[in-house]
Design a protein around this ligand. Structure first.
Ligand code: FPP
Length: 224
């Protein structure tokens, strides 16, 4: 049975779900947040130590302002209302990406990270304003600037995921098969699961099905 340290998720399909059932994309994001909470609980139950959620990419700035503002207000409310609860549950929140938001949101993110920084049960990495190509270019530039050799070990040290093990599992919901500039380096040997359901419809049973499937996979890492 394969151990699971880290699950990464591309939570795709909120917009389509919202339009289909509630006539607004934003309603889909709201429903998507409920799935986030369900999946956090289930991750703890499965004793998985790292959960990385792709919440906003560097490319998502192209969306209408109304949708972007809604997403960030959802995130703000989530942090204001839930950070104490996460802290009590011994969960650490880490942001991977550039904190270039409103002053209020930037501060909330920094405070939430600081408050939960010593927690050990589960680390949630929230990929926010995250883009893998930018992350890699930045790592290479830092290596050059510090006169460091380009090696696998050194590159890892300059990634935003420094000290975080690579994901064992990547899940992408929403019936789309692409990586969308997400953890391109870190996913080199991850097992990838593409799920037809839209993110708000994804549930504990679907998650556990993937976990159980993963446990039985023979992972070769290039060997036979
Ligand atoms: C992708 O679906 C989803 C996003 C860009 C945002 C994800 C946000 C949430 C799940 C809620 C907020 C989360 C937190 C942690 C506060 P899409 O909009 O691209 O869907 P589509 O492919 O149907 O258009």
């Amino acid at each position: 049975m394969n151990p699971i340290n880290h699950v990464a998720i591309i939570m795709d399909g909120n917009g389509r779900w919202g339009l289909k059932y509630k006539k607004s994309r934003n309603a889909g994001h709201k429903a998507g947040l409920n799935t986030v909470e369900k999946i956090i609980r289930e991750t703890i139950k499965n004793k998985i130590k790292y959960l990385t959620l792709y919440a906003f990419s560097t490319e998502n700035w192209k969306r209408p302002k109304k949708e972007i503002n809604f997403l960030f207000s959802l995130l703000e409310n989530f942090l204001v209302n839930k950070i104490d609860d996460l802290h009590k549950k011994n969960i650490r929140l880490k942001i991977i990406g550039l904190k270039r938001f409103t002053k209020k949101l930037n501060n909330l993110l920094i405070e939430s990270e600081k408050k939960t920084s010593r927690n050990k049960r589960l680390q949630i990495n929230l990929a926010l304003n995250y883009g893998s190509k930018y992350e890699l270019i930045n790592a290479f530039k830092s290596l050059q600037k510090n006169n460091k050799q380009i090696s696998e070990k050194n590159i890892c040290k300059y990634l935003l995921t420094k000290n975080i093990p690579d994901p064992d599992i990547l899940i992408r919901t929403g019936n789309t098969k692409r990586l969308s500039n997400f953890l391109l380096w870190q996913l080199a040997y991850s097992e990838i699961f593409f799920e037809k359901k839209l993110w708000p419809d994804f549930n504990e049973k679907d998650y556990n099905k993937i976990i159980n499937k993963f446990k039985k996979i023979k992972r070769n890492y290039g060997n036979i």
